[in-house]
Design a protein around this ligand. Structure first.
Ligand code: GLV
Ligand code: MN
Ligand code: MN
Length: 426
């Protein structure tokens, strides 16, 4: 652990340099980024983050699920903590800020507060979650669910593309699957959770604003859908074809129409065809569906209609359909208190007490905060990203916006501290 130098506060430029450094830890060639849970790249970025946490004055540890954690004590040792964080894993061909900017903002803010010698009525903890995206095992939020104590034993048999189970990936990473519950924290450990994240949407840019407050996070469900027909020669006449890909295509377009009409978002981002040959009718098509919406009940009602639609399309075409849910997360509401401190933070960064109230917006993207909401109240600060583009190498933020985010996030933490009474250690 080192003592940060107050004359050299961590700048937005330094935070962006760290984003670039993390981006170099990728399993893809040619500058593309992919970093999945429990991979060698995950271990490498945990080590980097741990070093930065120690530079910020924190004691560090990697928890039993591979999340990298750090802690700075408050006014007295052992106080409940304000948890700050986000994730270090990515989707394939990712940008360099989704999750990463939130982790690095949290570390930088702890460093600033420590350098200023402030003593807070709570400890500060930073967590760099190992899995938010679900890229490797299909089920998302594995890191934050381990911390929230909502880990499911059924997940041990999940496999990645190479057939490695989550259980074996734990062992290969040097973790003990039997000890995963040690990553679970309790409500008494925390006074709340704050996360900075790029918006991943166009609202802030359209409103000419660098920062916004998240009101709530839309719930999501993900499914693996398998349509089975009969493979055969491409010369087979129409009367004798049971083409799984044609059935899947019809279903995908129908799902899009249904979701649009219901004011929901549906994404089919993965499709595989078997046997996958130019002169063979597809005997099987497997595709993913990610379904999300403002209200869980609307989303669930739409899923029932989608299931009926799949049955109808498949029975007309002589096909069989099987569905398997791979992920479900309910919508999560950001608490009034933490929305208030984020608003105070944005105003402080703006240096304007009398301007319009900071903008509140719904997040259609999922976040670790959804899992942490199981334990403690959550609040989120959104940072404008160019064109709302995310999950793409073009993801980008500006240095002035990141500077504003650092100021606002620090001010939010201090605003919470101002309104907080010192508690006895839990
Ligand atoms: C994560 O980025 C998600 O919204 O799925
Ligand atoms: Mn993401
Ligand atoms: Mn994210």
């Amino acid at each position: 652990m080192t003592t940060p130098d107050p004359s050299k506060p961590l700048t937005a430029a330094a935070v962006l340099e760290r984003c670039d450094e993390l981006a170099s830890h990728s399993s893809l060639p040619d500058g593309l980024i992919e970093r999945v849970y429990l991979s060698p790249e995950h271990a490498a970025v945990n080590a980097l983050a741990a070093g930065w946490m120690r530079d910020a004055g924190m004691a560090t540890w990697q928890d039993a699920a591979g999340n990298q954690c750090g802690r700075l004590e408050g006014a007295t040792p052992g106080l409940p903590a304000l948890l700050l964080g986000s994730h270090l894993d990515t989707v394939p061909s990712a940008g360099r800020y989704d999750g990463i900017l939130g982790v690095l903002t949290a570390i930088a803010v702890v460093e600033r507060i420590n350098a200023d010698g402030r003593s807070l009525p709570f400890a500060l903890e930073v967590v760099a979650f190992g899995d938010e995206e679900g890229t490797r095992f299909g089920t998302a939020l594995l890191g934050s669910r381990a911390l929230a104590g909502t880990w499911l034993d059924a997940w041990w048999e999940l496999t990645d593309e190479a057939g490695t189970t989550l259980h074996d990936a734990f062992v290969a990473f040097g973790l003990d699957p039997a000890a995963v519950t040690a990553a679970a924290r309790t409500s008494n450990d925390f006074v709340g959770y704050l996360e900075t994240h790029i918006e991943q949407g166009p609202v802030l840019e359209e409103n000419d604003l660098p920062l916004g407050i998240v009101s709530s996070i839309a719930g999501a469900r993900r499914f693996q859908i398998t349509i089975t027909g009969k493979a055969g020669h491409s010369g087979t006449p129409w009367t004798h074809r049971r083409d799984a890909l044609a059935g899947a295509s019809e279903a995908i377009v129908a799902i899009e129409r249904l979701a649009r009409d219901a004011d929901l978002i549906a994404t089919v981002g993965h499709l595989e065809v078997f046997p996958d040959a130019v002169n063979v009718i597809a005997g099987r098509a497997e595709f993913s569906l990610d379904l999300r919406g403002r209200f869980d009940a609307d989303r669930d009602a739409a899923w029932q209609r989608i299931e009926a639609l799949l049955e109808e399309i498949c029975s007309t075409r002589g096909l069989h359909v099987a569905v398997h849910q791979t992920h479900a997360a309910p919508a999560a509401h950001c608490s009034d208190r933490l929305r208030g401190v984020i608003a105070a933070g944005i105003r402080a960064a703006d240096r304007s007490d009398d301007g319009p109230a900071p903008l509140e917006l719904l997040s259609m993207a999922g976040h670790d905060a959804m899992a942490v909401a199981h334990l403690t109240e959550i609040g989120m600060l959104f940072v404008r990203c160019a064109g709302g583009v995310s999950h793409h190498p073009d993801e980008s933020v500006t240095e002035p916006d990141v500077a504003s985010a650092l100021d606002a996030f620090e001010a939010a933490v201090l605003a919470l501290a101002d309104g907080h009474t010192l508690q006895d250690p839990a």
